[in-house]
Structure formats: C-alpha cells, structure tokens
Design a protein around this ligand. Structure first.
Ligand SMILES: [Zn+2]
Ligand SMILES: [Zn+2]
Length: 341
C-alpha cells in the first residue's frame, strides 16, 4: 500500500509499504482522510520525543472498515469509522485506576509496530474503533481525536462548571477545541489568546470567545483590569514558553492551570505564586473512552460548526506540503487533512 513516510527530518517520501496483517480482534480500515496534528509537526521537525524517522506519521483518521477479524463484534465491513489511537494494557496500576490514557505500557500509532495513518490502510483493534453516524462526513470524523483532547482537558482535568471563567492560552486546533469544550461545559467568560488573527477570528466565530492577540503589548494588564477576580481555569494549549507565566499571573487563588501543550524545553515557573494562591497545576494527556465517545457524539450531532476548522485538504502525495505549511506558517492554517483515497 501507499504511505507517506518521514524518511529524515523535514522530508516525506511516498513509498510502497506492506499492508498491516489483520489479527482476530482487529479491523482493517481503508483510510479516506487523515489529519495532520501538532505532534506530527514535532516529528517532522525532529523534535518528537519518540517518533523518529523512518516512520509513517499520523494518528487521526476516518475511513471504511474493509476487513474484520474473526472475533470482532459490532463493526462490519462497509462501516465508516474513526479510531481512538490508544491501546492500553488494561492490567497496569494506572489502567486499573481507570487512567488508560497514561497507561505504563500504552501503544500509539507511529511507535513500535503500529503504523501511522498517513497510509492507504490502517489497522486498529475493534475495541478502539468508533462507528461514525451515517450522515457524518468522514472529513469531520477525523476531528474526533483532537476534540477528545479538549473534552478530556475540560471535563476530567479542569472540571469546568457552568459559569466558570476560562482562559485558553494558544489557539491552534487543540486550543480552539478546548475552548469549544469549555463552552459546552457552560463556561461563563471565555477568553482566548493566540498569535494569529485568523485563529482568533475562528475562535470568536465558533465559540463566542473574547480574543486577544498575544503580541499586543499591555494585554495582560488590560485583562487584569477587565477581570480583577482573574480566571478560574487557564489552559496551556500551545507549548509557547511565555504562556506559563501568563497562566500563573492570570489564574485566581485556588484556581487551576491545565497543561495540554508540549513544551520542548523546561520553562521557569514562579512557584511562589502557586504556593501563595494554592494553584492547582495539572497535566492533561490525550483522552479515555468516555472522552472519545463524547467527541464522536458531538460530531455526529453537529453540536458545533466543526467544518470551519478544516482549512486545507491535500492528497496524500502532498503530505510534504501539508507539513511545510504548518512548519513555516506561510499561510493561515488550522486543521490540515490528507485525502488518502
Ligand atoms: Zn492529534
Ligand atoms: Zn496499562
């Protein structure tokens, strides 16, 4: 089958690779669309902690089940599906606590034997395959994965409640979807920052957030004047080092800071402010089945205008261009999809 293989840092080649072999519990999926994610960009730039070339990138996909293993129930050839790209061991201490997302032995695509989704076929255990509604376009089904990241951050880690005052620092795909999930949870005041006006306009349109261009001088002071009680929750969604201090300064005493972004280097933090304010700082790592179910349901029911997140669709052959646009930001881009078949 055809696949987009990261052969070295910054270079993707289209190659023929062996189609994965179906096991009794697996579903073989003909990939229609695969999403390009921030973590794919990290790998492309040679900055990913464990995805190193040669590797087939991608973990977001939607497509059609074409073969099902003998033991598979509930999914049949012809069903359109997306996958939760996480297989947990089910037996480690964390899995037994229901924290499969941070399983000690978890498997993800693009690491070990599990191939990434930038390929004509994808294999996944049926246990992590989710059927899409008949009316759900595959290009929206791809968004279940990043949406589940936002749902997890908002519902499990931040525990946003109706009326919560929420600050989202960083408005890429994950930031926007986190803001949407906060809106769905009943957030009151919702403020989002980013460095790209295009992203801010999208965040305003999709979830009615107030937005701030993070390069404008004095915005933090203005925000503190507008919200003297500060924010109940701040989400760090971009991995940009300045957002760490912003979150610490703009979160109220007793509030929560949720870290979703990947920071490439250690960032100094004013921990005295954390002590004095009894701030809770919590990581948020991917999702579990509950979050993924919620994400698929929201997409199936059209809860938000998700289509507006998709700014580009390229054929698989142009994976190199897709990653280059995200790396160089030569044009406005939020979610880029690869059309595989
Ligand atoms: Zn992703
Ligand atoms: Zn485990």
């Amino acid at each position: 089958m055809k696949a987009a293989v990261l052969v070295e840092r910054g270079r993707i080649d289209i190659r023929e690779v062996d189609r994965p072999i179906l096991g009794p519990d697996d579903v073989l999926i003909k990939t229609e669309y695969a999403g390009v994610c921030g973590s794919d960009l990290h790998a492309f730039k040679g900055e990913h902690p464990f995805r190193k070339p040669p590797v087939i990138l991608g973990h977001e996909l939607a497509g059609t089940a074409v073969e099902c293993g003998a033991a598979v129930r509930g999914i049949r050839p012809g069903d359109r599906v997306t996958i939760m790209p996480l297989v947990s061991c089910g037996t480690c201490r964390l899995c037994r606590q229901g924290r499969e997302n941070i399983c000690l032995n978890k498997q993800v695509p693009g690491a070990g034997a599990w191939l990434g989704s930038f390929a004509e076929h994808a294999l996944a255990p049926a246990a992590v395959a989710y059927k899409l509604g008949v009316a759900t376009p595959s290009e929206l089904g791809v968004l279940a994965e990043p949406l589940a990241v936002g749902v997890h951050a908002v519902q499990r880690q931040a525990r946003v409640e109706p009326g919560s005052r929420v600050l989202v620092l960083g408005g890429g795909t994950i930031g926007i979807l986190t803001a949407l999930a906060a809106r769905a949870a009943g957030a009151g005041d919702l403020v989002a920052t980013d460095l790209f006006e295009f992203n801010l306009a999208l965040t305003r349109a999709l979830c009615g957030a107030e937005t701030i261009h993070a390069s404008r001088t004095g915005w933090e002071d203005d925000l503190t004047r507008a919200f003297p009680d500060k924010f109940d929750v701040a989400f760090l969604c971009s991995g940009a080092p300045p957002t760490v201090g912003q979150a610490v300064r703009l979160t109220r005493r007793g509030g929560r800071i949720i870290v979703t972004g990947l920071f490439l280097e250690p960032v100094p933090v004013d921990l005295t402010a954390v002590t004095l304010g009894e701030l809770e700082v919590l990581g948020s790592q991917i999702y579990d089945h509950r979050d993924f179910r919620t994400a698929v349901d929201w997409i199936d029911t059209g809860r938000f205008d998700f289509r507006r997140l998709v700014t580009h669709v390229f054929p698989l052959e142009r994976a190199q261009d897709a990653l280059t646009i995200l790396a160089d930001r030569t044009e406005d881009a939020v979610k880029i999809l690869l059309q595989v078949t």
